[in-house]
Design a protein around this ligand. Structure first.
Ligand code: UT7
Length: 325
């Protein structure tokens, strides 16, 4: 047995923040942002919208497509670095919202790679026979931890969620190979200093703006290109494939220049590379499942296609996965 994606869903906030809006917030231009990142706008949650809000909407869309009832789910994993609360997990809040009371629910923290870490985990549970139907969600409200005075980072990020229903199947379709990798020695390149037990909530924390994410974008950029290419090649060769066999490449949507560099290294024509970051920016763990849902609903994959997913993020963490659609 192995896991197969039988339903996809996504949900993003209504509010659009364009590059032109950002021009009045920090010292930047639409032209700089488009040229350096490919991003034109991103979605921002309203004050009464949370990570669980978008996770719930995305999950219900995915369940409807799969024709699976919430009570049939054995497992729910939410990948996020912006949970509603430190605890309980956002997965438990989601479980309650959709009334999936037969599932084990937990969050996974692997930043932008969180969705592929979670999908790999579910696939392993399915292969072991312990799980038959699962829900994997990537959901973020990054706008709450972005420093809106830091032009080096604030232009990149956006809010939203994507979800997939994964079911146990036998045969040719479904998840083929995946790899997970981390390098904790570089954790300071992308992190949120607090609040946490090292920097508990305090006036000092707020005064030092330590509640906002920090990123050394240039360093992350270089490492991302190298690691994502290596991960893609490794997963392809594990299945006896080469890059020519890829029908659709769905990478983490962080920067168009990162995606272009990997596409070039894999010799992929543009039409085989799915890109939607111009509309959403980098939604961290939500980026791949939102992209997968848009690609699916636009019928960019046909049954039997080889789909390659590839991610990189804070930790550092990276991951790739091949699946037969
Ligand atoms: O999800 C995974 C984690 N994140 C990523 O993968 C992000 C990876 N990194 C990136 O996407 C890019 O590094 C950024 C978009 C963050 C920055 O682009 P860059 O081409 O690496 O720019 P840079 O940091 O090297 O800065 C180049 C110049 C600098 O000016 P000087 O020193 O050359 O005069 C910056 O001060 O651009 C300046 N700059 C800006 N100018 C206008 C930096 N941010 C801005 C801005 N508007 N927003």
């Amino acid at each position: 047995m192995r896991g197969r994606v039988t339903g996809t869903g996504s949900a993003v906030p209504d509010k659009v923040l364009s590059n032109h809006d950002l021009e009045s917030m920090v010292d930047t231009t639409d032209e700089w942002i488009v040229t350096r990142t490919g991003i034109r706008e991103r979605r921002i949650a309203a004050p009464d919208e949370f990570t669980s809000t978008f996770a719930t909407r995305a999950a219900l869309n995915a369940l409807e497509m799969a024709g699976v009832l919430p009570e049939e789910l054995d497992m729910i994993i939410v990948a996020t670095v912006t949970p509603d609360y430190p605890f309980p997990s956002t997965a438990c809040l989601l479980q309650n919202n959709i009334k999936a009371y037969n599932a084990a629910a937990f969050d996974m923290s692997a930043a932008c790679s969180g969705f592929l870490y979670a999908l790999t985990t579910v696939d392993r549970y399915i292969r072991s026979g312990a799980v038959k139907k699962a829900l994997v969600v990537g959901a973020e409200v990054l706008s709450r931890i972005v420093d809106w005075t830091d032009r080096n980072s604030c232009l990149l990020f956006g809010d939203g969620a994507g979800a997939v229903v994964v079911e146990a199947i036998s045969g040719e379709h479904g998840i083929k190979d995946s790899m997970l990798k981390s390098d904790g020695s570089c954790w300071e390149l992308l992190y949120q200093p607090g609040p946490g037990c090292r920097n508990p909530a305090s006036q000092k924390l707020l005064d030092g703006r330590q509640n906002y994410l920090r990123m050394q974008g240039n360093e992350v950029f270089k490492l991302a290109v190298r690691a994502m290419e290596e991960a893609a090649v490794k997963v392809l060769s594990a299945g006896g494939y080469c890059s020519d066999d890829i029908d659709l490449f769905v990478p983490h949507q962080a920067n168009k220049r990162i995606i272009d560099a990997i596409g070039k290294r894999l010799r992929l024509p543009d039409e085989k590379v799915f890109v939607n970051l111009d509309r959403y920016g980098n939604t961290s763990a939500a980026s791949i499942p939102i992209a997968l849902d848009e690609a699916n609903r636009a019928q960019r994959m046909r049954s039997g296609d080889l789909v390659l997913l590839d991610s990189f993020g804070g930790g550092l963490t990276w991951s790739a996965m091949s699946m037969i659609w």
